[in-house]
Design a binder for this molecule. Structure first.
Ligand code: SF4
Length: 330
């Protein structure tokens, strides 16, 4: 059996992409890059997983864990950590990396904020992550639903800390951001997803600098809110382009960077160009820390919301230590 190779130049795993590709037979399925051992995860079977699944169904909530076919679902749901996707499960964009359905979304569910808050209370969540599909069809891009969800959570389960992962609210971001920031989530996350050169193919409906500006605006409006952003690796980006993204994020005063391996959800989606090795993820993390991020999560299985509660606690502690140091110097 052919084993994958690690490139001496980049330290990245090239999998079977160095092999000579076989000529596909008519009607055969397109071949996908073979996953290296460090990507494999066990099928979810635990009672905790089934309990989380039951609750999501009972409350009629969609999750990005399922819609995006996240490899961490077994681990996260066992610990009762799920990322709830509001505003339905149909997206108005069609990014080349994303598995969420696209098309004409349904009307906004007025009961969704309270249903979500009730589920969080029932699960006893200390920290919750809420995301949404893109809703370019709505006049405010769905910002008011984020506000209602935050308000319902504060009323129903006031000790739960709230992390939101929003779309870019293209062409309406100023008003949308003002409304959401006024509702005061603890963490505001918006992912840049990839390096700017790859936007036209990977994230064609979005603009790199608009996404950066969104996060900069959040920080300018309320510096106490933690800002967070992430990119996927393995889409064909170069090392120096990743470093440049880190610099751009620091210029926008982003606190927390996440980096994880891109996995192709179906043969129709963008291909995996490389499997980045765990050692290369560690090297990126060291560079990111040196550039001044308060918190960095970087590993093949890192996703925006992976270990989000633990990372939030660490980030809070890092900020407190930084403020104490500045105070002592003054
Ligand atoms: S990493 Fe995030 S999206 Fe994946 S299963 Fe965990 S909570 Fe869900």
């Amino acid at each position: 059996m052919t084993r994958g190779l690690a490139s001496a130049r980049t330290g990245r795993y090239l999998g079977r992409m160095n092999d000579i590709a076989p000529i596909p037979m008519p009607g055969s399925k397109p071949e996908r890059a073979r996953k290296p051992d460090w990507i494999r995860v066990k099928a979810p079977t635990s009672p905790g997983y089934h309990e989380t699944r039951r609750l999501m169904r009972e409350k009629g909530l969609a999750t990005v864990c399922e819609e995006a076919a996240c490899p961490n679902i077994g681990e996260c749901w066992t610990k009762k950590h799920a990322t709830v996707m509001i505003l339905g499960d149909v997206c108005t964009r069609a990014c080349a990396f994303c598995n969420v359905k696209t098309g004409m979304p349904r009307r906004v569910d007025p009961n969704e904020p309270q249903n979500l808050a009730d589920a969080a209370a029932e699960m006893g969540l200390e920290h919750i992550v809420i995301t949404s599909v893109d809703r370019d069809d709505l006049p405010d891009g769905g910002a008011s639903q984020f506000v209602k969800v935050i308000e319902a959570l504060r009323r129903t389960t006031p000790d739960t800390t709230i992390e939101i992962l929003t779309p870019d609210f293209r062409n309406k971001h100023e008003r949308a951001i003002e409304a959401i920031v006024a509702a005061r989530p603890d963490v505001y996350n918006h992912n840049l997803e990839t390096v700017p050169r790859l936007y036209p193919t990977i994230r064609p409906g979005a603009r790199y600098y608009a996404s950066l500006r969104l996060l900069e605006t959040v920080k300018r409006l309320d510096p106490s809110i933690f800002t967070k952003s992430g990119i996927m690796l393995g889409l064909g980006e170069e090392r120096l382009e990743v470093h440049q993204v880190m610099d751009d994020m620091r210029s926008a005063d982003i606190d927390f960077l996440t980096m994880g391996q891109y996995l192709q959800p179906t043969p129709k989606h963008a291909k995996v160009m490389e499997f980045v090795t765990p050692a290369a993820f560690n090297a990126y993390a060291a560079i990111a820390r040196a550039k001044g991020f308060l918190q960095v999560a970087s590993s093949p299985l890192t996703r925006s919301s992976y270990h989000a509660g633990k990372d939030f606690a660490e980030m809070k502690a890092a900020r407190a230590a930084q403020l104490a140091k500045a105070h002592a110097k003054a």
